[in-house]
Write a protein that binds this ligand. Structure first.
Ligand code: SF4
Ligand code: SF4
Ligand code: SF4
Length: 318
């Protein structure tokens, strides 16, 4: 395996065999040349022109779009540096679906496990900062009800765009809708700045949220970058939260579920919609295990007889 690539692109052993699938020869050469240095746009164009028989501007644009290089703000100017496999893997799985699926499932599972563990470890300091109040928010900070999510769309003062969900694209653990990640973040290294995403209207965003809810996806947001529609099996924030024991804190639970057993007609809809098996149907009888509930609220939207209601608890998100 290419030692420089491992070092400068942060490649874990789980990905060694697939670097030539995820990166072109020229991209690998560029990472070897950039190493840990930073370049202005002009410097990087010069480097590409000297070393590659390629249209330098197009190549640079493509490397940035594919998550091979990143931008960084330095002394009020933008500089370029190598990205890493962690970033590249998400774009690869999101936008080169067939190639990602061509990797044997057992190796994809290993990469998914590596990814979620890395994500979980990276989240620990961010959560600590929130506890110390030196940081305001973490991504996917809160669970929102569908009504709150639709209201949130009305209050967003940015243009919205839609991208495929990177968690579901990498994990491929379910067949729930993937085109449900509503973003408004457009700064450097965002999907938008790299050249991805389709602009959507607020009405279209609301349709996506309603469709996601019908399909059992939970609404999470920190109200500043994205509105996510997540599942329990693929979603990295939720899986990372499980790994680091942050259930209830991240995404923050804001409602308790009150189940009126007498009203319940044992239809089992809630047991199908719940991502955590908190509602369970066995032998035609439904039961509710409060300990498994994350307070996502979506079961409340689906009960046909209003046997599930919401009780607001601690809410420090306003
Ligand atoms: S946080 Fe949720 S919607 Fe966003 S990418 Fe992950 S699963 Fe998809
Ligand atoms: S039981 Fe809890 S986790 Fe399951 S859908 Fe209802 S609120 Fe969400
Ligand atoms: S959806 Fe409502 S009525 Fe149906 S099983 Fe669940 S709680 Fe009971």
């Amino acid at each position: 395996m290419n030692e420089k690539l491992i070092k400068y692109f942060g490649v874990p052993k789980e990905a060694y065999s697939y670097m030539d699938v995820m990166l072109s020869k020229e991209e690998i050469n560029l990472i070897e040349k950039i190493q840990d240095k930073k370049y202005t746009y002009e410097e990087l164009i010069n480097l590409i022109e000297k070393n590659f028989n390629l249209s330098s501007e197009e190549f640079l644009k493509s490397c940035y779009k594919r998550g091979v290089i990143n931008k960084e703000k330095s002394n009020e100017q933008i500089v370029y540096k190598s990205s890493n496999i962690y970033t590249r893997l998400a774009y690869f799985a999101q936008y080169e679906v067939d190639l990602w699926k061509s990797i044997p499932e057992e190796d994809r599972i290993k990469l998914d496990k590596w990814y979620v563990e890395k994500y979980a470890q990276g989240a620990i300091p961010r959560l600590e900062e929130i506890k110390k109040k030196t940081r305001k928010l973490i991504e996917n900070a809160y669970f929102y009800t569908i009504h709150e999510t639709l209201e949130l769309i009305d209050t967003v003062n940015h243009e919205l765009y839609i991208v495929p969900c990177n968690c579901k694209s990498i994990s491929l653990r379910c067949d729930k809708p993937k085109n449900v990640c509503i973003l408004f973040e457009k700064s450097i290294n965002s999907e938008w700045d790299r050249g991805w995403g389709k602009p959507i209207t607020k009405a279209e965003a609301k349709e996506i949220i309603i469709m996601a809810n019908k399909n059992g996806l939970m609404h999470t947001s920190e109200a500043e970058q994205a509105i996510c529609n997540c599942d329990g099996c693929c979603c990295y924030p939720i899986r990372a939260s499980q790994i680091i024991g942050a259930k209830g804190i991240w995404p923050q639970r804001r409602y308790d579920i009150v189940w009126d057993k007498k009203k319940c007609i044992n239809c089992g809809i809630c047991s199908k919609i719940c991502n955590f098996n908190a509602f369970n149907k066995v032998n035609k009888t439904v039961s509710f295990d409060e300990n498994k509930c994350w307070g996502c609220t979506i079961c409340n939207d689906h009960c046909p007889v209003n046997a599930i209601t919401l009780k607001k608890i601690k809410d420090n998100h306003e």
